[in-house]
Design a protein around this ligand. Structure first.
Ligand SMILES: [Zn+2]
Ligand SMILES: [Zn+2]
Ligand SMILES: [Zn+2]
Length: 331
């Protein structure tokens, strides 16, 4: 009991964590839950049930093998659409961004992705050469080639498909930067942006810090939803999963085969975001361990009082130490 109390004080278990649908074990990462159900050393009871009626994409447990079949068909996406739309996106005509249309429809969510070419003497310096932004229905709202300010020394053609002539008259990065920055803030000064009830847009992406750094755009962390930094989607607390892996494993289709279009990455991150956001969780008034109301949840109890609690009671006062994206759905 003493150990359990110690564990609960520091583990921030909450309703927002990935949970085994059979034994109710809490996991910090979906990857650990996947291990628990289908890994090298799964828990046998859970594995047996999962094999019969578990969804191999979202890891949910359904009521029957038939319900699983129906569910899994909806849970798996195919890449056909993104291939087709990606080719349309290649036409590169979406280079205008409008601001000021978000006020009445609540906070808008957009996804951004870039493709980089190489600069510097060895071509290892990432320079943004293409950028795409989509809305939450996967419509392209911005898609353009970008002209870097320093010479490109490696076009990385095998993955980018970019030739020198595509960038020669492309939009200058300064202009791209300003358009995107204004679009994201949507007419609000940056210091006033807030994730709920504001008009600034929620920005979804994979490795956004790097993309924004290369675009020289600043945006508040509270407005970003990064699939490379979201604890449930990470491999460990230090290592991210690649977007390619996440898409294949959690959405059930392949991306980044051959020449890559940033539109495809936008769609994959948006789908991952939507899946995370649509999780059905109990929503408390003060969901985060960092909310002032929760600061003393464990500290205010004496050790022996905690030791008399059931695990369920302790779980009741435990809160998440990260912002669960399901909370966006009530914004
Ligand atoms: Zn949640
Ligand atoms: Zn289990
Ligand atoms: Zn599923």
């Amino acid at each position: 009991m003493e150990h359990l109390v110690e564990h609960m004080r520091i583990s921030y278990h909450s309703v927002h964590e990935p949970l085994c649908g059979i034994c109710k074990k809490h996991c910090r990462y979906f990857e650990s839950l996947r291990e628990h159900l289908t890994g090298q050393l799964p828990k046998p009871e859970c594995k047996d049930i999962f094999t019969i009626r578990g969804c191999r994409f979202c890891l949910a447990i359904l009521d029957s093998p038939n319900a699983r079949r129906v569910h899994q068909e909806r849970c798996q996406f195919s890449s056909v659409n993104s291939g087709l739309l990606g080719r349309l996106a290649n036409l590169g005509i979406h280079d205008n961004l409008t601001i000021g249309d978000g006020g009445t429809r609540g906070t808008q969510v957009v996804a951004l992705a870039c493709k980089m070419v190489g600069g510097g003497s060895d071509g290892s310096l990432d320079l943004c050469a293409r950028v795409c932004i989509i809305d939450e229905y996967e419509n392209i709202i911005f898609h353009t080639y970008v002209k870097p300010t320093i010479p490109v020394t490696n076009y990385r053609y095998e993955t980018t498909g970019i030739r020198p002539e595509y960038l020669r008259d492309a939009m200058p990065i300064k202009l791209v930067q300003k358009k995107i920055q204004d679009f994201l803030c949507n007419g609000e000064p940056m210091w006033k942006l807030r994730p709920r009830g504001g008009i600034g847009r929620i920005l979804v992406g994979h490795g956004l810090d790097h993309d924004l750094d290369r675009l020289q755009i600043e945006y508040p962390a509270g407005m970003m939803r990064d699939t490379a930094k979201y604890p449930p989607l990470m491999k460990t607390s230090k290592f991210s999963n690649s977007l390619k892996y996440l898409t294949q494993t959690y959405l059930g289709y392949d991306i980044q085969t051959g020449i890559q279009d940033p539109y495809e990455d936008c769609v994959a991150t948006m789908k991952l975001y939507m899946r995370m956001r649509s999780q059905v969780h109990n929503i408390e008034d003060y969901p985060l361990a960092s909310d002032p109301q929760n600061r003393y949840n464990f500290a205010s109890w004496r050790q022996n009082e905690l030791e008399r609690m059931t695990p369920e009671q302790m779980l009741e006062i435990s809160r998440s130490d990260y912002y669960c994206w399901c909370l966006d759905s009530r914004a």
